[in-house]
Design a protein around this ligand. Sequence first.
Ligand SMILES: [Zn+2]
Length: 308
Amino acid sequence: MSQCAFITHSICAKHDMGDGHPECPERLAAINDALISARLMDFLQVHDAQLAEDRHLARAHTAEHIALVRQLAPEQGDVALDADTSMNRYSLEAALRAAGAVVQACDMVMAGQVKSAFCAVRPPGHHAEYDRAMGFCIFNNIAVGAYHALEEHGLERVVIVDFDVHHGNGTEHIFADEKRVLLCSSYQHPFFPYSYGPSIAGQRINVPLNAGSGSEEFRAAVVEQWLPAIEQFEPQMIFFSAGFDAHRMDPLANLHWSEEDFGWVTAEVKKLANRHSAGRIVSSLEGGYDLHALGVSTVAHISALLGL
Ligand SMILES: [Zn+2]
């Protein structure tokens, strides 16, 4: 029995925001191909993502936002939600399964069915605000999952590690007054979405990184800031907002990480999960727009989750 679940759904590759959009359906195929090439699929328990229910979404989002997404979902053609986020006829189901995957991952990990789970889903989530879609994101998948852990499973302390190159504005705002969540976030600065607040001890550790910076700056910040904060917080579960767009090959951003950096940070955080959280880790895909870099970086992340 594998210790790591791989939760995905074919509908997530049918959500398509148009030719040339970087958040493209091929991203999931690139991940799948890379996992097969690396011979990792045999180590993973593959599951179809379930649909999130409105009661799951409503913990992280306003009823108005959920209703509007349902109402705008087109039967044909495309509908714009913001300047760079749109829905086609498959997008509503894809968004519900993307959020549902993280809920499901949480349930599987809490039940001891697996130690960890990776959700290979799109649309991504961390820019989605409590009251609106934004930046390729419709629902905040990781926030929906973290609230599920708190409210459904009664956990009192969870950590979210967001290493996507863009700041997870939605996640930060949704949990702004939530003492049960410690958010550790790294991102290129100044850069989209230009909206984060200061670090707050025990609640939020923001690590802005200069354009052009690489492994050294990131790893130093993780060792000096994230790991001690997580250690002190003693989380009962750890979530990753796993965006791989800080890779040096990524066309949307300007950090110079390698795939090894994603493996490294995953392994470091996993040590703390083993110490405090019975090893419980739930990870969900965010960004990553160079298809090769996305594939090898996801392989590095999942290899570390598996302890390979
Ligand atoms: Zn991103």
